[in-house]
Design a protein around this ligand. Structure first.
Ligand SMILES: *[C@@H]1O[C@H](CO)[C@@H](O)[C@H](O)[C@H]1NC(C)=O
Ligand SMILES: *[C@@H]1O[C@H](CO)[C@@H](O)[C@H](O)[C@H]1NC(C)=O
Ligand SMILES: *[C@@H]1O[C@H](CO)[C@@H](O)[C@H](O)[C@H]1NC(C)=O
Ligand SMILES: *[C@@H]1O[C@H](CO)[C@@H](O)[C@H](O)[C@H]1NC(C)=O
Ligand SMILES: *[C@@H]1O[C@H](CO)[C@@H](O)[C@H](O)[C@H]1NC(C)=O
Ligand SMILES: *[C@@H]1O[C@H](CO)[C@@H](O)[C@H](O)[C@H]1NC(C)=O
Ligand SMILES: *[C@@H]1O[C@H](CO)[C@@H](O)[C@H](O)[C@H]1NC(C)=O
Ligand SMILES: *[C@@H]1O[C@H](CO)[C@@H](O)[C@H](O)[C@H]1NC(C)=O
Ligand SMILES: *[C@@H]1O[C@H](CO)[C@@H](O)[C@H](O)[C@H]1NC(C)=O
Ligand SMILES: *[C@@H]1O[C@H](CO)[C@@H](O)[C@H](O)[C@H]1NC(C)=O
Ligand SMILES: *[C@@H]1O[C@H](CO)[C@@H](O)[C@H](O)[C@H]1NC(C)=O
Length: 740
């Protein structure tokens, strides 16, 4: 029950699913799930990975029946298996000559609509598209499954799957694919309930429709957000990989999903799931799977996480994985609170319930405390803290976002909540409004000021807020604690109050108290931002089918809308939004790109002093670092952003080396332009300052030399390098920072 609750809170507030630990099931206490890597797949025709894996496992365990030991086999894109092993069995395996590496499976978490118009990708016929190529594009969605009957996934007008498709429909019971959802696989069928790729949560359905859902007119959430819901590439196909169940998501299932998605022939992988701690690359199934995908030409897009606004909370840190922050769009949902004295307080909420203007008595959780519970807990409306007699039929004030759940259980008619981060709305299963701290305070003094305080909560209305975009408070921030000189997250995209397809098998809040079942719902999270960028990546790929993942990533990053740092500290800087806000139309014509190959990433890892064992875990190959490679500086990775951590107390000199590839026009000349923010004391030199490109795909290298004085640890210092040829602005943020 407790476990279920944690999961529920995560779902109902901000959407990123956790990948959970698969180790230590009750009946295997002394054993843990390990992933055993055997490297590349042998090309011999008579090699059968499955029986090889079984015989290795039999040999090591000495058991003839290994059914309970084998968890799964990786056999399509890389060679290996996951098995329940004791520590000593693990050690024997690690010592075997054929075994590249053995490492434990890790926990992970799951962290409209008008958002595409907002980004400039309009529904109009004028939007440039490549319909036939788009229809051959496949997006792999690794998530909670999908609701296949949704209108967003109808296959009306779709021909048979693209020829390159090698996947299958193995969605389990009562799951049929069609020419839109061309494939489905379920890795959680061992869990007792819901043994299919059918989505009983809504999270995966929402992500899939945001990336590649059909255009569906007149969609709304109880009238809110009415419009056409559609994905970035509505003509593309979807392949579904379910790795989560009602207890969370599995790390070793995640690797299976990668193993299959790569071999199935997907073009882009979207993953709105993160780990619940910040893993090093060798502990991170998304970094490991993403490395294999990258090596096979497939871009992996991942949510940055919902642990902001604290800095250094970004969990998606591998440079070969595209990490996405969440921003607000120009639309917001408000729910007004009308007090007994007629005063109106404007809260933020997705409230579909109508109290018909009836005013109900107000009570503060703290004033309804049971004697068995501290006032501090009662103020938060914690479970078993409120006196049913004092809250029944009333509107209850709670100092915590989860408080309304308890209030509803005890018969309250609504709840008003203190929200210290009023830049996004939440959904609850009865009338709720979330007030800013100031408004909440004035509500408390109203309660104090009168004998019979009363209020009503109005149904939500939507407003248009032209000041967007800003990164939302909950979006995880850099700097990366794994590699200090790689700027993360990479980019930001709409992730607040997004309307997209949902699973009617679930309820919008996931709460047992919620009786609503909808085909479209509003959700917020970096989980919602991630599939927007996956849709853009697929869109870019339809114009440039041969581009590598790093080229697509670079194109999207260097053409992003600039955002400005604001406020003190790190919270609203490049460490929130990376290179800026995704701009789909510009991304198809970047002019220059920063390319990276598998070898570049290996050199980068060598430079980070990863051990050979670690390198093998990440790459799945038997590689070694030469002395030369071990000298690689991570800041010289040919990344589209430049970031360096320096000492804040001494003057510094930092050099970045980069190489750009011409993908614009023949005979173009780019001039370097450096834009520093006012007051910035960085001295920046670009050498050479002019790049002449005669032919397409020509490469030119340059250096960016930066010097500065003591910058202190309070705030990063940033600038932009823009290569300009008269047409293209190829922009890279440069960030220098120090931290105590
Ligand atoms: C890995 O490479 C080394 C030499 O580079 C070689 O001796 C060893 O046999 C290789 N191991 C595997 C598992 O291929
Ligand atoms: C299959 O799923 C749909 C949608 O949830 C449901 O309406 C239908 O009854 C199910 N059919 C079977 C045979 O379970
Ligand atoms: C599992 O599926 C059944 C229908 O077969 C559904 O009623 C139930 O809600 C699902 N369980 C969960 C945890 O979603
Ligand atoms: C949504 O918009 C359409 C057309 O603009 C309109 O016909 C429909 O009534 C609207 N629905 C709601 C619930 O507002
Ligand atoms: C508000 O009015 C509608 C329609 O008359 C009714 O269905 C609903 O129950 C009312 N809600 C409340 C809280 O009284
Ligand atoms: C309301 O009254 C209580 C007790 O009389 C007091 O402790 C509290 O500070 C008051 N709150 C506000 C917001 O005025
Ligand atoms: C509109 O956006 C600005 C900047 O993002 C924000 O400060 C303001 O609170 C927003 N207004 C509403 C009503 O959400
Ligand atoms: C950022 O600041 C520059 C100059 O200060 C200004 O021209 C630009 O409009 C600002 N951009 C945004 C997105 O606010
Ligand atoms: C790696 O190790 C070398 C030699 O010990 C050291 O100079 C270098 O700073 C280390 N690099 C990193 C990124 O830790
Ligand atoms: C930075 O480089 C300049 C020019 O080469 C040199 O004069 C200066 O001493 C260097 N500063 C530091 C802190 O190394
Ligand atoms: C590029 O420039 C060269 C030399 O200036 C010229 O001969 C050639 O025709 C130009 N090509 C294009 C496509 O403009």
């Amino acid at each position: 029950m407790a476990k279920r609750k944690v999961f529920f809170c995560l779902f109902s507030s901000l959407l990123v699913l956790f990948l959970r630990s698969v180790s230590a099931e009750d009946d295997h206490e002394d054993k843990q799930v390990y992933i055993v890597y055997l490297g590349a797949l042998p090309s011999r025709e008579d090699y059968t990975p499955m029986s090889d894996h079984m015989s290795i496992l039999q040999e090591v365990t000495g058991e003839s029946s290994i059914e309970n030991r084998m968890v799964r086999s990786y056999k399509r894109s890389f060679n290996g298996f996951a098995a329940r092993l004791t520590e000593s069995e693990r050690n024997i395996l690690a010592g075997m000559e054929r075994v590249v590496s053995v490492f434990p499976s890790r926990k992970l978490k799951l962290q409209t609509t008008s958002s595409w118009n907002f980004m400039g990708l309009k529904e109009s016929r004028k939007t440039r598209r490549n319909p036939s190529i788009e229809s051959d594009t496949i997006i792999g969605v690794i998530d909670t499954g999908i609701y296949p009957e949704s209108d967003s996934f109808s296959d009306q007008g779709f021909g048979p799957p693209p020829k390159k498709w090698k996947g299958t429909c193995a969605g389990g019971k009562n799951f049929t694919c069609n020419n839109k959802i061309i494939g489905a696989r379920d890795y959680m069928s061992k869990s007792k309930k819901n043994t299919s790729a059918r989505d009983y949560f809504g999270h995966g359905t929402h992500a899939a429709s945001t990336a590649a859902g059909n255009a569906v007119a007149n969609t709304n959430f109880y009238g809110l957000g009415n419009g056409t819901a559609r994905g970035g590439v509505p003509a593309a196909r979807i392949a579904v990989y379910r790795v989560c169940d009602d207890k969370g998501c599995d790390g070793e299932a995640m690797l299976s999903a990668f193993d299959d998605a790569i071999a199935d022939g997907v073009d882009v992988i979207t993953i709105s799931i993160v780990l619940d701690n910040i893993p090093t690359f060798n502990q991170d199934p998304i970094a490991i799977g993403g490395f294999h995908a990258m090596a096979k030409g497939i871009l992996t897009v991942n949510a940055a996480g919902n642990d902001g606004p604290k800095i250094s909370t970004v969990t998606s840190t591998a440079p070969w994985v595209f990490s996405v922050a969440a921003s607000v769009t120009n639309r917001a949902f408000l729910a007004k609170v009308v007090l007994g004295d007629g005063k109106i307080l404007v809260g933020r909420s997705v409230n579909t319930y109508d109290l018909n203007g009836t005013k109900y008595p107000l009570v503060y959780g703290k004033s309804a405390a049971l004697s068995t519970c501290s006032l501090d807990k009662a103020r938060l409306c914690e479970p078993k803290c409120l006196d049913r007699k004092l809250v029944k039929g009333k509107i209850v004030l709670c100092d915590s976002r989860e408080g309304p759940i308890e209030a509803q259980k005890l018969g309250a008619v609504g709840s008003i909540v203190k929200n210290s981060e009023p830049d996004h709305a939440f959904i609850r299963s009865f009338p709720v409004s979330f007030l800013s701290s100031d408004d909440y305070k004035s509500l408390l003094s109203y309660i104090n000021s009168t004998k019979h305080p009363k209020a009503t909560i109005l149904k939500s209305e939507e407003i248009s807020n032209q000041t967007a975009p800003l990164v939302v408070s909950f979006s995880s921030r850099g700097p990366s604690t794994i590699v200090s000189d790689i700027l993360k997250p990479d980019i930001t995209a709409p992730g607040v109050e997004i309307l997209a397809a949902y699973s009617p098998d679930s309820s919008p809040t996931e709460s047992e108290l919620d009786t609503r079942h909808v085909k479209f719902s509003v959700m917020s999270g970096t989980s919602m931002a991630c599939p927007h960028v996956a849709g853009v990546a697929a869109y870019v790929k339809t114009f440039h089918p041969k581009w590598s993942p790093s080229m697509i990533q670079s194109a999207i990053m260097t053409t992003a809308w600039p955002m400005n740092a604001s406020g003190p500290g790190f919270v609203s800087t490049e460490f929130a939004y990376g290179s800026g806000h995704v701009n789909p139309i510009a991304a198809i014509n970047p002019g220059l790109v920063y390319e990276l190959t598998t070898a570049d990433y290996i050199a980068f890892l060598c430079g980070l002093n990863y051990t050979i064992e670690d390198l093998r875990i990440i790459s799945g190959d038997n590689i070694t670092c030469t002395k030369e490679l071990s000298k690689t500086l991570s800041r010289n990775l040919n990344y589209p952003t430049m970031s360096a951590k320096v000492s804040g107390t001494r003057p510094f000199n930092v050099t970045f080396q980069r190489t750009v590839t011409n993908v614009g026009m023949k005979n173009s000349t780019y001039k370097a332009k450096v834009v520093t923010s006012p007051g910035s004391k960085l001295r920046i030199k670009v050498l050479p300052p002019v790049l002449s490109m005669k032919s397409m795909n020509e490469k030119k290298s340059f250096m960016v030399k930066i010097s500065g004085d003591r910058i202190g640890t309070q705030q990063p210092v940033s600038a932009n390098l823009i290569w300009f040829d008269g047409t293209h602005n190829v922009r890279s943020p440069i960030v220098v920072y120090a931290m105590s």
